[in-house]
Design a protein around this ligand. Sequence first.
Ligand code: NCD
Ligand code: ZN
Length: 347
Amino acid sequence: MNEITITLPDDLHLHFRDDDMLGETVPATARCFGRAIVMPNTVPPVRNAAEAQRYKERILAARPAGSNFEPLMTLYLTDRTTAADIAEAAKAGIKAVKLYPAGATTNSDAAVTNIDALGPVLEALEANNMLLLVHGEVTDAHIDIFDREKEFIDQRLGPITQRYPNLKLVFEHITTKDAADFVLSAGANIAATITPQHLLLNRNDLLVGGVRPHNFCLPVLKRNTHQQALREVVATGSNKFFLGTDSAPHEQSKKENACGCAGCYSAWAALELYTQIFDDLGALDKLEGFASFHGADFYGIPRNKGSVTLIKESWTLPESITLPNGRPIIPFMAGSEVEWKIKSINN
Ligand code: NCD
Ligand code: ZN
């Protein structure tokens, strides 16, 4: 197949950042996604409905002229989030909140230090039919970074899903066979997002021949057997897995640094890369479910009405992009050939 038309997709996990960065990130995503779940780990984080509303207005103001792109806002859980905050967010139309274990990733210092104390918040989420989005890694210093996702499943996710059997939970940016198996064997209220980098790459792409800071993200790339398991699970077409790019921009100087930031800025080619992956897997017929249906259905929002057509035609990603502040950022897969290209969008 050399051309494919799918319903307009949604990106159900990304980081837009704030202020002048929105002039870069919002158009890059709005070019081909109908909606996006906007992660709340800005500085300061988005902690309540009022902050989410103001952030949403800044994002809407950064849309290209004529764009119908819709940001779907989330809250950042802290130790001080209350059940009342959740009820108010539900009333304001906020669909989901993000649980970062404190210290797990970029801008998570203000996040949850004691998951066991979240009971009233999780009950309020369940009662208001809101989703819990989870960064699934433990942060214990003695746990090896490559084992932190599996450890989170055993220590945290298993107990939470047993205790709150009706809570809708998205295990975000899964990276291991363990996580894919957990989601497959869990109830219909548990789903997962998968990023392009975790389908395309494994830890050799991070470390062999020299450290590649632009492939560093969290959870960190795992060994190739895990990459293979993720590729196999998306190729099955299971509706428990959907598109979430985790596009996470950091300026070049913050990535190429003695203490480099985690995050791949994939928005410039994410949809095209997913298409290439499904093509490689001989599963192009499963792309639309993953990109456009499973996530919307899980969130309980209508599927988009528009469509996007991609053609098999190669193009080269830029080596570097200039941000609105004049500084450079290196896009994910910079300088590489991408085999699929967007031909047209009907929205
Ligand atoms: C994200 C970021 O930069 O905000 N980084 C990343 O490596 N994925 C945070 C996150 O999603 O963990
Ligand atoms: Zn993320």
